[in-house]
Design a protein around this ligand. Structure first.
Ligand SMILES: [Zn+2]
Length: 308
């Protein structure tokens, strides 16, 4: 699997992404299919256990809010409630009370509330709107997502370029020796398209997702709606160079541990960090992607490249 990074995600980015995808009002996905994972290895899975888990999680969700990351687990030590770090201690106290009452009523041993340790990836996947997210890879420290991918090709690690689709991808922005000028010259073949779309076109250069599209264009002061033909090769190369720089910085372990903050991405109507103008948002491309920019720092697109 070639790691084309759509996003490396921490909690802040998860919320930003959820906001971008308009997931705020989604119903909870049915919990039943994954409830078995709540039962500790070595304990036989019984229907009444799953019903108990579902009942406790539903009661907790009703009290703590749908946004709460919570898990009711059946462990050898007893029933354990896990809560995401987003919850305040008051919520933990609430969860303790609800779960201990439920355990007493069901004649089960209650073993306490603890912190849920993989809340980011789990919260993200649980909230994903069906059809938007094509593939998710979850590791202990990273969630990598592909959104609206048209084709996903899984290739042997030793021969990643063998497949035709893979071979048609442009140079990898994250690869050693990536040449921004080469990427820019490939982009110039698409002079009548908006720069925002071309940055996402994996056949031109592979690796840039919606977050780094927005952030790199802000970094270079270019409106996302600007037509490629209105830019010089050096200007386009500087955008690819910025994207690579930002993506590499975002992949560093210390960056993932820290709360991520973006300059424009997902910051609708917030102040630009450079000039304090209000950041605007609109949809661009096919499929349409939410796009953020600063009207003062990234001038011109409204005149040059508005699509009808
Ligand atoms: Zn600005």
């Amino acid at each position: 699997m070639h790691p084309y990074v759509e996003a490396s995600i921490d909690k802040a980015a998860v919320y930003a992404l959820a906001a971008e995808l308009g997931l705020g009002d989604l119903e909870r996905l049915p919990a039943q299919p994954c409830l078995a994972s709540r039962v500790e290895t070595g304990i036989a899975i019984a229907a009444e256990d799953l019903a108990f888990i579902d009942a406790v999680e539903s009661r907790l969700a009703a009290r703590l809010g749908r946004e709460a990351v919570l898990r009711c687990r059946v462990t050898h030590a007893g029933i354990v409630i896990e809560l995401g770090a987003v919850l305040a201690s008051a919520a933990a106290a609430n969860a303790h009370e609800i779960a201990s009452e439920a355990c007493v009523a069901a004649g089960r041993r209650f073993a306490g509330v603890r912190r849920y340790t993989r809340e980011d990836g789990d919260a993200l996947i649980a909230r994903m709107s069906p059809g938007r997210l094509t593939l998710v890879l979850v590791t202990a420290s990273l969630v990598v997502m592909w959104i609206n991918a048209r084709t996903i090709e899984v290739a042997p690690r030793r021969a990643p370029m063998r497949g035709l689709a893979v071979a048609s991808l442009g140079p990898d922005v994250l690869a050693d020796g990536f040449d921004p000028q080469l990427a820019a010259s490939r982009a110039l073949a698409h002079s009548s398209r908006m720069i925002a779309d071309v940055l996402l076109d994996q056949r031109v250069a592979a690796g840039i997702g919606n977050i780094w599209k927005c952030e790199s264009l802000f970094a270079r002061g270019i409106d996302p709606r600007t037509l490629v033909g209105a830019l010089t090769q050096d200007e386009i190369a500087s955008v690819y160079a910025s994207a690579r720089e930002l993506m590499l910085a975002g992949l560093a372990p210390e960056a993932r541990a820290a709360a991520r903050s973006f300059a424009v991405y997902s910051r609708t109507n917030q102040r630009c960090p450079r000039c304090a103008s209000l950041i605007t948002v609109y949809q661009l491309g096919d499929p349409p992607r939410w796009t953020w920019s600063c009207p003062s720092c990234q001038p011109g697109g409204a005149v040059v490249g508005v699509s009808s």
